[in-house]
Design a protein around this ligand. Structure first.
Ligand SMILES: Nc1ncnc2c1ncn2[C@@H]1O[C@H](COP(=O)(O)OP(=O)(O)OP(=O)(O)O)[C@@H](O)[C@H]1O
Length: 346
C-alpha cells in the first residue's frame, strides 16, 4: 500500500479514529456530513496537525514525525491558498524550489504543469486576475509539481459555480487518472465522489461507517446519512425470511430472504400514495400523514409520518389528484419486489 495510516486526533470534544489505506494510482473519496472529521484527517495526513496517536506510513516510510514540507504530499486546499503576490508560474514553482530545484529548473517544471492544465497563457497572472476555475487549476498544478506520492484534495470543486464545476470535474478526472501516486479526495458531494473516486470511505463523527465501491454502497447503505446520500429510505430491524420486523412492531416484506439483524431499503419513487386503503393491497401498506412537500427535479418529494417515516416521489399530476397538503391522511404502499433487505453485518 502506498498509504497506510491510522489517524487518531483529539480536538476538544471531537475524536477522530480512522484507519485508511490507499494504493498507488488509487483515488479514495472521504465523504461525510459537516463536522465528521474529513478536514481533520486530511490535515493530519499533511502533517499540519499532530496525531494524538496512530501512524502515517507512506511507501513504507513512517512520516509521523516528519514535518509537512518534508513529506512528499501535495495538497489542494478548499480555497486554494495561492500566494497572492506570486504569479501563477511562481506559485507552481514554489514546491519544486522548496524540494531543492534551482530557480530555472523549478520554472521549467512549473511551465510544464501549467501547460498540462491548459494555463500557459496565464503563467504571469497573479491569483486575483484568475477566474475560480483557473485558480483551481493552478492549485492542482502546484500540488502535482512536487510529484507527490500522496495527493490530498479538500473539496477541490466546492468554490466553483455549477458550470465551471462540471468542466473542472471532468478535467480533474483526467489528471487523477494520470497521477501515479495515491489520492485522497475530501468531499461532501456524492457526485464528485462517484465520478472521481475508485473507492468511497464514509465517515461520521470521526469513525468509518461504511466503505467500498460506489455500486455496493449505493445498493446497500448502512446509515441514515448514507441512505440520504444515495436517495433511499432505510430502516433497521430483524429479518425472519422475507419479512423484516422493525422496532415499534411494523414489518416490511421484501423478495430477499434475511435472518437476524437486517436493513430494509427502498427508493422514494417506489412509494405509491392512495387517498384510501388500496384494494387487493400489496404486502407493504400503511396509513401515513403528509408532513412536507418539496420540489425534486420534475417531481415532488413528500415526507410522510406514520409507523415509519418515509420520503416518496410523486408526479405533479398525482399530487393534484391526491390534493396534497401537510396534515393530509393517506395510504402508502411499496411492492415487496421494490424493497431490498440485507444483513447488518457484511
Ligand atoms: N481547531 C479546532 N479545535 C477544536 N476542534 C476543532 C478544531 N477544528 C475543528 N474542530 C472540530 O473537529 C470536528 C471535525 O471537524 P472537521 O473540520 O474535520 O470536519 P469536516 O468533516 O471536515 O467538516 P466540514 O465538512 O464541515 O468541513 C468538528 O466537531 C469541529 O468542531
Amino acid at each position: 500500500m502506498t498509504l497506510d495510516a491510522h489517524l487518531v486526533v483529539h480536538r476538544g470534544d471531537f475524536r477522530l479514529d480512522l484507519e485508511l489505506t490507499i494504493a498507488a494510482g488509487e483515488t479514495v473519496a472521504l465523504l461525510g456530513p459537516n463536522g465528521a472529521g474529513k478536514t481533520t484527517a486530511l490535515r493530519a495526513l499533511a502533517g499540519l496537525i499532530p496525531l494524538t496517536s496512530g501512524h502515517v506510513t507512506l511507501e513504507d516510510r513512517d512520516l509521523t514525525e516528519v514535518p509537512p514540507e518534508r513529506r512528499r504530499v501535495g495538497v489542494v486546499f478548499q480555497d486554494y491558498l495561492l500566494f497572492p503576490h506570486l504569479s501563477a508560474r511562481d506559485n507552481v514553482a514554489f514546491g519544486p524550489r522548496r524540494h531543492g530545484a534551482d530557480r530555472r529548473g523549478a520554472h521549467e517544471i512549473a511551465d510544464r504543469w501549467l501547460a498540462r492544465v491548459g494555463l500557459t497563457d496565464f503563467a504571469r497572472r497573479k491569483p486575483r486576475h484568475l477566474s475560480g476555475g483557473q485558480a483551481q487549476r493552478v492549485a492542482l498544478a502546484r500540488a502535482l509539481a512536487v510529484d507527490p506520492v500522496l495527493l490530498l484534495l479538500d473539496e477541490p470543486l466546492a468554490a466553483l459555480d455549477a458550470r465551471t464545476r462540471l468542466e473542472t470535474r471532468a478535467e480533474l478526472h483526467r489528471h487523477l487518472s494520470a497521477h501515479p501516486g495515491a489520492t485522497l479526495l475530501v468531499t461532501h458531494d456524492p457526485l464528485d465522489a462517484l465520478v472521481l473516486a475508485d473507492r468511497l470511505v464514509i465517515v461520521e463523527d470521526g469513525r468509518v461507517v461504511q466503505e467500498g465501491d460506489a455500486a455496493t454502497i449505493t445498493a446497500q447503505p448502512r446509515t441514515d446519512y448514507v441512505a440520504q446520500l444515495v436517495g433511499l429510505n432505510l430502516y433497521r430491524g430483524r429479518g425472519d425470511g422475507h419479512v423484516v420486523h422493525l422496532e415499534g412492531g411494523f414489518a416490511l416484506t421484501a423478495t430477499d430472504v434475511v435472518h437476524g439483524a437486517a436493513f430494509v431499503a427502498f427508493p422514494p419513487a417506489a412509494v405509491a400514495l392512495h387517498p384510501a386503503r388500496p384494494d387487493g393491497s400489496p404486502r407493504n401498506t400503511w396509513p401515513a400523514v403528509l408532513t412536507d412537500i418539496q420540489r425534486h427535479g420534475d417531481n415532488l418529494r413528500v415526507r410522510l409520518d406514520g409507523p415509519i417515516v418515509v420520503a416518496a416521489d410523486i408526479t405533479p399530476a398525482a399530487a393534484a389528484h391526491l390534493d396534497l397538503a401537510p396534515g393530509r391522511e393517506l395510504w402508502a404502499a411499496v411492492k415487496a419486489s421494490e424493497t431490498r433487505a440485507y444483513p447488518v453485518s457484511s
